[in-house]
Write a protein that binds this ligand. Structure first.
Ligand code: NAD
Length: 490
């Protein structure tokens, strides 16, 4: 059955469908970057609220600004903006649910004016974003808004016909200000530390470059709440589409698949109100930072702790590593002994349960998260996720053996050949310089960590050096598995 409004009541009875009258849903949110994650997360929370008769005035209008988004516009429009969200449980069971909270979609390159006027409508009280890290246009080195970007320059010269997220949103804010309409809240849901603060800096910089007063007004009047979001949502594959058809007879042009776990921690900082998210288990808090640290140092850093060792030991998927008891012990030791002492109190979270759940999530074979994906862009990830743990542990004289060994596993991986001598495809913006240094690992074992751009002065710390050198030596002499065994036995 092809999914659409007309076919909803004919679907397989195992498929959950919206329990509300969708014609009664009116737009309250404009969302940029309607990809897999938004459709598995924010749109799902709104659909859950609508199912209990709430938030019917917070329907979502999607916006795409990238050429590739035309496909999303076409897929959604063909099925009345409905799509299937398939939760994949670890035991192989699929839980499909049709989501109805998206009620329209605008492809900005076709009609930027329509996008601006949609956002200028006083009924729109939130503009939200999942536009990836690259969507924030910050300069890699300075972290500041990059005014040299060609599209940004275009938008500054043609503010009435913009192409970027920044140009479109700032023009809508300018019109609201001119018309005496209070600004909407800009809610970033991207995986960026301090995502609200980053968004505030970027949008304010764009507005300021157009008009100093507009910039000051955006900085003063617009809210940019921080949030922490979590739900593993892999790219939808052709096999996912076929499987949905085979198991449930739904023809969906672009379903979304995800894991059962979901989390959203959000700062309560909205100029024009918000849906009652707390009713559907969103944690609404004053300060997201402790939750963010928990996620970065437990979830993201643990991915790093399992991926290079796992790859070198011959595994290719995260679930394979996390079904191996030796690696599970290693991860739990890293989390309990090294990461947890660096966290701040996290109200409302049971950390032991959180860690156990993490291992279960990583071990879900249905998600098929590849180690190749987790091993990519290490030079952006290790410095942000793992090195802060090492620095804090050193400062408080805590244990760092495992974290230092993870750094060594990265250095060993960057040599570009596995333990059988097969080549490894390194994906990293610093691939060339890193591989060149790593090839010297045996002759000059501290070369990798003496790269100050990534490691600062960590190599000067005797404790870190020793732990790193021991692990690297063991990786060369005995291999990944034996190195992990020795660390677990300690
Ligand atoms: P996706 O590729 O399915 O969708 C990304 C969307 O962002 C697309 O609509 C794309 O056009 C848009 N986009 C990309 N670059 C842009 C730019 N420069 N300007 C405007 N729009 C741009 O990816 P996804 O899985 O939906 O993930 C999106 C983001 O969500 C991630 O980068 C991350 O910050 C966050 N997130 C994802 C996951 C996950 O597991 N997938 C989990 C937590 C958070």
């Amino acid at each position: 059955t092809a999914l659409s409004r007309q076919t909803l009541d004919r679907l397989d009875s195992r498929v959950a469908v919206p329990r509300y009258d969708r014609s009664a849903v009116t737009p309250g949110i404009v969302h940029f970057g309607v990809g897999g994650f938004h459709r598995a997360h924010q749109a799902m929370y709104l659909d859950a609220l609508m199912n209990i008769g709430e938030a019917l005035d917070w329907g979502i209008i999607g916006v795409g600004v990238m050429p590739g988004d035309r496909r999303m516009q076409e897929a959604l429009a063909a099925q009345d903006y409905l799509y299937t969200l398939v939760t994949k449980h670890a035991d192989g069971h699929y839980e499909p649910r049709v989501i109805g909270s998206i009620v329209g979609y605008l492809f900005a390159p076709d009609d930027p004016e329509a996008v601006i006027e949609q956002m200028a409508d006083p009924a729109i009280r939130i503009v939200s974003l999942t536009v990836t890290e690259g969507g924030y246009n910050f300069h890699h080195v300075t972290g500041e808004y990059d005014l040299t970007n060609a599209q940004v320059r275009h938008d500054l010269e043609h503010p009435q016909a913009p192409q970027t997220t920044f140009g479109l949103i700032v023009e809508a804010l300018r019109r609201r200000r001119e018309r005496g309409v209070a600004p909407f809240t800009v809610m970033s849901c991207d995986n960026i530390q301090g995502n609200g603060e980053v968004a505030q800096r970027m949008f304010t910089a764009h507005a300021r470059a157009l008009d100093i007063e507009l910039g000051a007004w955006v900085e003063r009047e617009v809210s940019f709440p921080n949030s922490m979001v979590d739900r593993i949502t892999p790219v939808t594959t052709a096999a996912d589409i076929e499987e949905l058809q085979r198991r449930f007879e739904i023809e969906d042009r672009w379903p979304v698949v995800c894991e059962p776990f979901t989390q959203w921690v959000l700062e309560d900082h909205f100029t024009q109100g918000r849906p009652a998210f707390e009713t559907v288990d969103v944690q609404v808090v004053d300060d997201v930072m402790p939750y963010e640290l928990m996620k970065l140092r437990l979830l993201n850093a643990s991915h790093q702790a399992l991926t290079y060792f796992g790859y070198l030991a011959g595994y290719r998927y995260a679930h394979e590593v996390c079904q191996d008891p030796l690696f599970v012990d290693f991860l739990l030791d890293y989390m309990n002994i090294e990461a947890t002492p660096t966290l701040r109190p996290v109200p409302g979270v049971d950390l032991d349960a959180y860690k156990r759940t993490l291992i279960e999530r990583f071990a879900n074979p249905e998600i098929r998260d590849t180690l190749a994906r987790l091993c990519a862009e290490s030079s952006d990830r290790i410095p942000k996720w793992l090195l802060p743990v090492i620095r804090e542990q050193l400062a408080r004289d805590g244990d760092i053996q495992r974290s230092a060994a993870v750094v060594a596993s990265w250095a060993r991986y960057a040599e570009g050949a596995d333990e059988q001598g097969r080549p490894i495809e390194i994906v990293d913006r610093l691939k060339e310089p890193l591989m060149t240094i790593a090839r010297d690992n045996r002759q000059w074992p501290t070369a990798f960590i003496e790269n100050r751009q990534l490691f600062g002065d960590l190599a000067d710390d005797e404790r870190f050096r020793r732990a790193y050198l021991n692990a690297l030596e063991s990786l060369h002499a005995r291999g990944a598995r034996a190195t992990v065994e020795a660390l677990v036995a300690r």
